[in-house]
Design a protein around this ligand. Structure first.
Ligand code: GLC
Length: 521
């Protein structure tokens, strides 16, 4: 194991004490009950907080601490939206990656540490806490597993997230929080649901915890060799049937089997993952468990993405007055070295550069498109093949195409606000947030009708859509939009409708709440 940080070492020494202290305080509170007016008030408050339903999110990333994709945004913004509800006590557990900024880490309080057993392993697990926007975040500290750049992509990811998932269950007595609902997200948290049902639910404190498993992308399932069943994942042979799939361990399959309910991030995708084309092999499992499945469309943090207030923009504007959006466009063109032409539409993409985002369609017709009077801007990282293709294209069309091979939050907001049309032609898209963000900035999306893109963008109401995964169908719709863009008045109305579509969490957070309460019946 890597050496502990100095704060970790000092704090370790007090860990046992901290735990005991918490327990003592709790007992003391419970015993003291003289019936004075003052204590009656205290008692009332305690009863009220006990009545709140306790929700624990288990996830591998969350804004504002650590982000590689849309999952983090959903964990950060959904937990905040749910916590605004008086009925819910919402908490989130995350790994303490070394990529979490020091300025954030300095604010976290150390709660204690335990050792977590997993098969023959016995690993240090430090627990840190931080409360933000009404949500309590816990961070699981183990430098051997999490003191590395990035979040994923290591040979031992299975072991890292098994440790994380096991720790989530083991810290419950320390943080004194046994949730009513343990809401696990994606394969990295699948084992928390599996361990709950295989190891923990026989203990009285754990027996009423219900597990909800949310699939943000069915492509990433956590496939492992069956040899690792007991040696790595510490699952008894009698439970092999829960996680075994196609002669391997499949953690997502295990979570679907073990949880009381599972969900995905749009109603359309909930239907799609029952089909072979979308399910990456899991469709029989989804169909078998269909009675537990629901689809709830993600929202976005509409305060965080607000063209009136966003300080990253070259200028601010409102849906009622888009005039300053022209300054955003000019600033973007200048920044990216494109000619500052006000009337040439900028078509943008902010995306991971991987095939299922529809990049095969883009690479097929982009040169044809670049013959028209348009500028195209791409931001993202991903497969070397696409990064190379777009970098080369930018060298050949310096006045029309800008490739930005990076993950850059500031530039993404400048692109969302400074462009006119946002392209998202995904082959499959569980929900997609970028099309919603683009709308918030009055940038009209063109999407393929799949998953959450289908559920959020309606043709000519707030964007353009095409149905078939076909490059020329896409090009046809892009040209239609570019043509419509010339009609300034109608275009402004379309921008207005896009910018004022309600993508806040208001509706969807209520649907999650209803699902939680339904699970607790
Ligand atoms: C994944 C999906 C994306 C979804 C996001 C948040 O990144 O690919 O479609 O919006 O998770 O749920």
């Amino acid at each position: 194991m890597a050496t502990k940080t100095s704060s970790e070492t000092t704090k370790n020494k007090t860990a046992a004490k901290t735990t005991v202290k918490t327990a003592t305080t709790k007992t003391a509170t419970a015993k003291a009950a003289p019936k004075t007016a003052a204590t009656r008030t205290v008692k009332k408050t305690v009863v009220k907080s006990v009545e709140k339903k306790k929700i624990l999110f288990v996830a591998s990333e969350a804004t504002p601490f650590i982000q590689t994709g849309g999952l983090a945004e959903v964990i950060g913004s959904l937990s905040k939206a749910l916590a605004a509800n008086d009925n819910l006590d919402v908490r989130v557990v995350l790994p303490l990656y070394s990529d979490i900024k020091k300025s954030d880490r300095d604010k976290f309080s150390y709660i204690g540490n335990i050792y977590v057993h997993l098969a023959w392993r016995n690993q240090y697990c430090g627990i840190f806490e931080y409360v933000k926007d009404g949500v309590t975040f816990y961070f699981i500290d183990n430098e051997f597993y999490f003191k590395r750049p990035g979040c994923y992509g290591y040979f031992d990811d299975g072991e890292r997230f098994a440790f994380f998932s096991r720790s989530v269950l083991e810290i419950m007595p320390v943080i004194n929080f046994y949730p009513d609902i343990m809401h696990c997200h994606d394969w990295q948290a699948a084992l928390a649901a599996i361990y709950l049902k295989t190891n923990y639910c026989f203990r009285p404190e754990y027996q009423f915890i219900r597990a909800l498993f949310t699939i943000h992308n069915i492509e990433y399932q956590g496939w492992y060799s069956l040899d690792l069943l007991s040696d790595l994942f510490d699952i008894y042979g009698s439970y092999q049937y829960l996680v075994e799939y196609k002669n391997c361990i499949n953690l997502m399959k295990g979570a679907i089997e073990c949880c009381e309910r599972f969900s995905t991030v749009s109603p359309r995708y909930a239907g799609e993952i029952k089909e072979e084309y979308f399910a990456h092999g899991l469709d029989p499992i989804v169909r078998k468990n269909h009675f537990k499945l629901s689809g709830i469309l993600n929202g976005i943090d509409d305060e965080g993405y607000n063209c009136e207030k966003d300080t990253h923009l070259f200028a601010n504007y409102t849906p009622d007055d888009f005039s300053n959006k022209a300054l955003c466009k000019k600033g973007l063109q200048k920044l990216l070295g494109l000619p500052q032409k006000a009337d040439t539409p900028i078509i943008s993409m902010v995306s991971r550069l991987v095939s299922h985002k529809g990049l095969d369609l883009v690479t097929t017709v982009i040169e044809e498109l670049l013959q028209d009077d348009v500028q195209v801007v791409i931001l993202g990282t991903g497969d070397a093949h696409f990064e190379g293709f777009f970098s080369d294209l930018a060298r050949r069309y310096p006045d029309k195409f800008s490739a930005n091979i990076a993950f850059n939050g500031d530039l993404s907001r400048k692109i969302y606000s400074g462009s006119d049309i946002f392209l998202m032609p995904s082959k499959s898209e569980p929900c997609g947030l970028s099309q919603m963000i683009a709308c918030r900035y009055g940038t009209v999306p063109i999407v393929r009708e799949t998953g959450g893109l289908y559920d959020s963008i309606k043709p000519l109401e707030n964007g353009y859509t095409f149905a078939n995964y076909n490059a020329h169908d896409m090009l046809y719709v892009i040209r239609q939009a570019v043509n419509d863009y010339k009609n300034k008045e109608e275009w402004k109305e379309l921008m207005y409708r896009a910018a004022t579509t309600d993508f806040s969490w208001n509706r969807s957070a209520k649907l999650y709440e209803a699902l939680y309460f339904d699970m607790l019946k």
